[in-house]
Design a protein around this ligand. Sequence first.
Ligand code: HPA
Length: 272
Amino acid sequence: MNELSKIKESVKRLKSNFSLSPEIGMVLGSGLSETFSSLVDDVEEISWSDVPSFPEPTVEGHEGKFISGRLNEKPVLIQQGRLHWYEGLSWDEVIYPIRVQKELGIEEIIMTNAAGGINESFSPGDLCLITDHINFSGDNPLRGPNNEAFGPRFPDLSHAYGGDLRENALIAAEELGVELKQGVYAMTSGPSYETPAEITALRTLGADLVGMSTVPETITANHSGMDVLAISCITNKAAGMQDQLSHEEVIQVTKKSNQKLGDLIARIVSKF
Ligand code: HPA
């Protein structure tokens, strides 16, 4: 079966499972999804393993579910968990959920992730709006024959993280009294964390934060004409700026920031 047929098959299952037609999509990364669903009304959910053709995640903290419901009255689709290149998946698998969201009719997508702070002024627990990215993964998810049904061969990334959505996010944060930093996100392939020398190099290149996701999904979303808003939870100072890094710390800090991030997203969605 070709990629588009697989996506249509997944979407058919999701449509038959959910009573709402979502307008806004969300991708919630490591440990960021737990408290979020309590903010959503009329919840219906489906595990990825029950969706035909859907790849399975392998990382702890990535549950692999779609939740449909209303957030501040707006119909939303929440993707709990995401797929990473470091899991050994193909790019088509990594970006599959974004293609599915697009095929479902979603035009605006909010992504969250955990990231290391490269900017000296960032501390664990901070939230940061991504303004742009540096793709340091060494590859591009759109490499290979282009399917015009998805988007153009050479998509423009001049405004990859839509300006209007960012403006709304900044206003929402101010209204809530939540500090929202802004910065350029660098993606590394993982799964190892970066070396201190790589962090120095990334800082020199203009990166403020670093992580192992979001860039392929953002490229894919832009390819298919979706608007992207991305917010990182800074879980640690990047390599070389603190003694050592651990996945446990990343999960702990994201859990602590869940409430703040959930409230912020709910407020942002009310402005759509
Ligand atoms: N590097 C890469 N990915 C991450 C980090 C980091 O320091 N923290 C959370 N995800």
